[in-house]
Design a protein. Sequence first.
Length: 406
Amino acid sequence: MSVKRQFPRWSSVKPMLGWSWPTLQRRDRGLERALTVSDLRDLSAKRVPRSVFDYVEGGALQELSIQRAKDAFKRVEFRPRVLTGVAHVDLSTTILGKPTSMPIIFAPTGYSRMMHYRGEYAVAASAAKNDVIYSLSTMGTVSPEDLVGATPEGRKWFQLYLWQNRDQSRDFIQQAKRAGFEALVLTVDTPVSGQRLRDTRNGLTVPPKITMKTFLNMATKPKWWANMLTTPPLEFAAMRGYDRSLFELAQLIFDPTVTMKDIPWLQKEWGGPLIVKGVQTVEDALALKKLGVQGIVLSNHGGRQMDRGTVPLEILPEVRAAVGKTMEIYIDGSVLNGGDVLAAVALGANAALIGRPYLYGLMAAGEAGVDRMSDIFRLEMDNTMKLLGVGRMSDLGPEHVRLRSH
Ligand SMILES: Cc1cc2nc3c(=O)[nH]c(=O)nc-3n(C[C@H](O)[C@H](O)[C@H](O)COP(=O)(O)O)c2cc1C
């Protein structure tokens, strides 16, 4: 039977129109097109100098830790339950006894104003808006006080590198206390700095030097350079007043003589929740539990310190079984999408820390880029939870995940 033809009607054509009239509002089309963290990563590579991108992206030596962490997340297989009637998902959870909008914590990362001129200000503002915890690094380019002044709302942790020199350590602790930070994150996987070959090859210095190579690069990244040259110089803001060059300070930050015996001193001095970041074995997790720390981060520093470290997702079930339920466990390293976060929670983590994902957002488009990253994670988690048939974080368990052998 032949189909009768008719004249196209405006009412049926209009909804099919794939374009809209131009407006005067400036839109970031690159950002609008970013649907995944990987898209944000690609966009960021176009917007900052190569040496800055590599500083964020790279890891130590052969970068095997990074690759292995990614591989571990690729081995995750979900076991969805069907006909569960889950129409609405609540992504919120509790971290250190207080609510947070989703089981994601922004990891401490140094030098953020090198990635984007608003650096830590932009990331903390976005974290507060999205109701997730932001951790400020000792190597931050904004001081604890200035950060809280700019964004008083939102939960904030301060990451500390402990020095044997008690006066210097006390100074950092006091700054975090005065600024009202909620918890201290002690990073322990840095007795010395990792060997990051990309940075050596790129001749990366902080602040970046204007060499012939970087001068030529300026032409391709004019916006980044203009922002860098017209805003206050980069500094380790928590170390203002230490009369040394940035290079010398970076050397000073790590102290290989610190031991487990220093932890009780720190607990006494700080007097609040303490989280130890950079744990890679069951033995150390148990030792820290005995010392009464509130949480640990199973982490190899995003593969930036020891290459071939343990893979956090793989040791998570064993560590959770050993320490029991009371101590909080977070993991990090190559958590690149909502499914990765859910796998970590299912296998026993209270939350996942993310570093590079928000830095990709930051390098791509400042605060709006970090917002976009949170939206991406939220959407992916919400969708995956519905497909899994699980409505609440507390209902997610090991029964929902299997790690394939390859
Ligand atoms: C550019 C960059 C700087 C970092 N700086 C610090 C730091 O100052 N202190 C710290 O404890 N961890 C630091 N880290 C490690 C992160 O806190 C976190 O462990 C790691 O980024 C997690 O891996 P991911 O980036 O794949 O999410 C840094 C990571 C990156 C990428």
